[in-house]
Design a protein around this ligand. Structure first.
Ligand SMILES: COc1cc(O)cc(C/C=C(\C)CC/C=C(\C)CC/C=C(\C)CC/C=C(\C)CC/C=C(\C)CC/C=C(\C)CC/C=C(\C)CC/C=C(\C)CC/C=C(\C)CCC=C(C)C)c1O
Ligand SMILES: C[S@@+](CC[C@H](N)C(=O)[O-])C[C@H]1O[C@@H](n2cnc3c(N)ncnc32)[C@H](O)[C@@H]1O
Length: 328
């Protein structure tokens, strides 16, 4: 709540007074009032000054988003095949594990940010369909139902006007990635229920409290202001909604870490060059992984954004971690 108020305040001030920089803001726990501490530094100057990382390079903040855009514009057509090649298909298991942990029920609304070519949204819709099939099978066995099943089905919305509709919105800053995803969905005949939206994780084009689940898979590492993206996740989730993030993390076993480094730095850019004709984008991939916070640090960032019950599971020795939390 406080975080979302602060974000909105910052946005309003940025829009109406381009020359004020909010350096601190908060909400008083007693009065519920917002406070803002500002400095009169020019915004455009500040943006030029601030620097961040793009892989192992240091670049002005404003440049990072542009360079990330170019990376995914360049790799969009070869993105899916590269993932299978680089991970020997293992990325599919990580994504399946995300859906398994999510266990969405029919009617759930998903926002998949940095959704790219749609892998998470496709799995979400398939999972929902399998749940609906299961429900139908149960309903088709009236003789075998117990009294409590009869009672529960009398409360189900399916009896009141068709099955609850699940929707998945795939939101990504890069229209080339979305284009590939949409073409895939059309060719597989799974487009109904899917919406493709161009949007920035740091400033989502959605109203408050719209979604039951927010996912971001292998996306947050590329965002310039991760804290801002986390606050946007808070804002668009309904109270009780769930945040889930799949991202590269830290391999703790020193021997595995050495093998992992060797594979990452010696093989991934080579595969990038051979398959996608793009060494640099895949060098950025492995470098950006090294710059991303480890499991514990990222957990704290999610908590700082206001999520509760934050936890994580590491996969494949820590190559990847799944973090999740709830909006109260
Ligand atoms: C531009 O930005 C991007 C572009 C993209 O296409 C994708 C992303 C985002 C990423 C995803 C959506 C996920 C899918 C992509 C990946 C997993 C690629 C990233 C790869 C790494 C960070 C490297 C580590 C990958 C894994 C541990 C996954 C499992 C892969 C393997 C087991 C393959 C190993 C290959 C072989 C054994 C074949 C032979 C290889 C050689 C002769 C080279 C030398 C081999 C070694 C040194 C041994 C390999 C050992 C390991 C990989 C260590 C395993 C470590 C542990 C289990 C902890 C994007 O942002
Ligand atoms: C590695 S891909 C992940 C795609 C998909 N989630 C998956 O798991 O295969 C990263 C995606 O993040 C997107 N992205 C990067 N910065 C973004 C931002 N600020 N807002 C939204 N999407 C962003 C890129 O365009 C790209 O499609």
């Amino acid at each position: 709540m406080a975080a979302s108020v602060i974000l909105r305040l910052q946005r309003v001030i940025r829009l109406s007074h381009g020359d004020i920089n909010v350096v601190a803001a908060g909400v008083s726990s007693r009065s519920g009032c917002c406070w803002v501490q500002s400095s009169c530094r020019c915004f455009s100057d500040a943006a030029d000054d601030r620097r961040t990382h793009f892989g192992f390079e240091t670049v002005p903040e404003a440049e990072k988003a542009k360079r990330v855009y170019k990376v995914f514009e360049n790799v969009a057509q070869k993105y899916d095949i590269m993932n299978d090649a680089m991970s020997l298909g293992i990325h599919r298991l990580w994504k399946d594990a995300l859906l398994h942990a999510m266990h969405p029920l029919p009617g759930a609304r998903l926002l998949d940010v940095a959704g790219g070519t749609g892998d998470i949204a496709f799995r979400f819709m398939a999972y929902i369909r399998s749940q609906q099939e299961r429900q139908k099978h149960r309903a088709a066995r009236p003789m075998q139902t117990s009294p409590w099943q009869d009672i529960s089905s009398s409360y189900s919305t399916e009896d009141e006007g068709g099955p609850q509709e699940s929707r998945a919105v795939v939101c990504d800053i890069n229209k080339e990635m979305l284009k590939v995803g949409k073409q895939k969905a059309d060719s597989m005949g799974i487009s109904p229920g899917l919406l493709w939206v161009v949007g920035d994780a740091e400033e989502l084009p959605f109203d408050d409290a719209q979604f039951d689940i927010y996912t971001i898979a292998f996306g947050i590492r590329n965002v310039t202001h991760i804290e801002q993206a986390l606050q946007e996740a808070q804002r668009v989730l309904k109270p009780g909604g769930r945040f889930m993030c799949l991202e590269f993390s830290k391999v703790t076993n020193p021997l595995l870490a050495r093998l992992y480094d060797a594979y990452s730095f010696q093989m991934i850019p080579v595969l990038g060059e051979v398959i996608a004709g793009d060494w640099k984008s895949y060098q950025y991939l492995v470098e950006s992984i090294r710059k991303f916070p480890d499991q514990e640090e990222f957990k704290h960032m999610i908590e700082d954004a206001g999520f509760c019950c934050v936890r994580y599971s590491s996969f494949t020795g820590g190559v990847v971690a799944l973090h999740s939390g709830f909006k109260l």
